[in-house]
Write a new protein. Structure first.
Length: 358
């Protein structure tokens, strides 16, 4: 069984029952027995080492060699709709599928372009239905989208692959891992998944999931008609909720340009796609976390004001092959500074994945 190829060298401890703090990164494996339900915390011993993982990219973002709004291609799905994608990183590298956050688009993955290039990965990001340049079609569950995605991967020459998912995109990634574990080598989760997807189902949630697409679509249309927002204005509002660390990241023009382009691209065809994507995030996961055996690396910025630490801990504690990494003094955009370490964490789990697949 092949290993995930990578050009990154990454130091790590061989004892997976240790919590290691390397400078500003804490690597924490957890299991279901470690989780305290009443406190929402993970029990674990802590070990410290003076080793320091300096940000290998220096936190610098270099744009991918294309016009930011262009799509690399459109894949024709069995239902006749088109699915837009962009490929970043090394064209000859091992494929990683990227699932963007709710409210974003495939352009979000361009922030990881240089990291993927250095590590020897081909990072392929898809717009979900109605988002960006993908055609809108009714998609009522993550499973439905993943079935469509699996049906066209052969056109890209992809058999086995890894996964990188951010925020709400993690919901789709988890379903794909459960649906096709023999093809997914390992996955990286950035900032957990929305807590509402982990909550117990209720009548209210079911009702919301049914009315949200139409309601959000209408509300956003009205808002834009009476008070249109430029992408830059959206980022200004976002800054008000961010930590000091994240505000420094957004102050850099090359990053703000990507985020503004991503925001505009997500609603280029209207709001139906975003509304549908948001509605799906209100549904409880259709698969038990305990049945997802794909090795998973979960990363979280300790200064993240948009994602709760307890949500990441809950997710890590329920997944059988999970490892939780906390990045101190970094917020929601922690991955800007630690791209190589994040992508390199896939390498650590490749051996475990091979054992599962054999």
């Amino acid at each position: 069984m092949e290993k995930i190829p990578t050009k990154c060298s990454l130091s790590c401890s061989g004892n997976k029952n240790r919590v290691i703090l390397r400078g500003k990164i804490s690597h924490q494996p957890v299991s279901g027995t470690d989780f305290r339900k009443e406190a929402g915390r993970v029990n674990a011993r802590q070990f410290y080492t003076p080793d320091y993982f300096a940000p290998s990219s220096g936190g610098r973002i270099f744009p991918a060699p294309r016009s930011l709004h262009e799509a690399d291609g459109l894949l024709r799905l069995p239902n006749g709709s088109r699915l837009a994608f962009n490929a970043y990183g090394d064209p000859e590298g091992f494929p990683l599928l990227y699932f963007h956050d709710t409210g974003s688009s495939r352009l979000e993955a361009s922030l990881l372009h240089q990291g993927a290039l250095r590590c020897g990965y081909r990072l392929i990001a898809f717009d979900r239905p109605g988002v960006g340049r993908s055609d809108y079609f009714v998609c009522k569950s993550p499973r439905s989208f993943c079935e469509n995605l699996l049906s066209v991967l052969a056109e890209l020459g992809i058999d086995r692959f890894g996964i990188v998912a951010k925020g709400g995109g993690g919901i789709y990634a988890l379903h794909l891992c459960r649906m096709s574990p023999e093809r997914v080598v390992a996955q990286v989760n950035l900032a957990g998944i929305p807590a509402r997807a982990l909550a117990s189902p209720s009548g209210a949630c079911a009702l919301l999931a049914g009315v949200i697409p139409l309601a959000v679509d209408r509300l956003l249309r009205l808002k834009q008609f009476f008070s249109p927002d430029e992408p830059g204005a959206v980022l200004d509002k976002l800054r008000e909720e961010l930590s000091f660390s994240d505000k420094k990241v957004l102050a850099r023009p090359e990053i703000a340009d990507v985020l503004e382009a991503d925001q505009a691209e997500s609603v280029r065809a209207g709001y139906r796609g975003m509304a549908q994507d948001l509605a799906i995030s209100f549904r409880k996961l259709e698969v038990p976390l305990e049945e997802i055996a794909v090795p998973t690396e979960i990363w979280h910025g300790c200064a993240d004001r948009l994602t709760l630490r307890s949500d990441c801990e809950y997710l890590a504690a329920r997944l059988p092959r999970a490892r939780l990494h906390r990045v101190s003094q970094r917020g929601h955009f922690f991955f800007i500074h630690h791209m190589d370490q994040i992508l390199g964490s896939l390498r650590r789990n490749s051996r475990e994945s091979e054992m599962l697949l054999n």
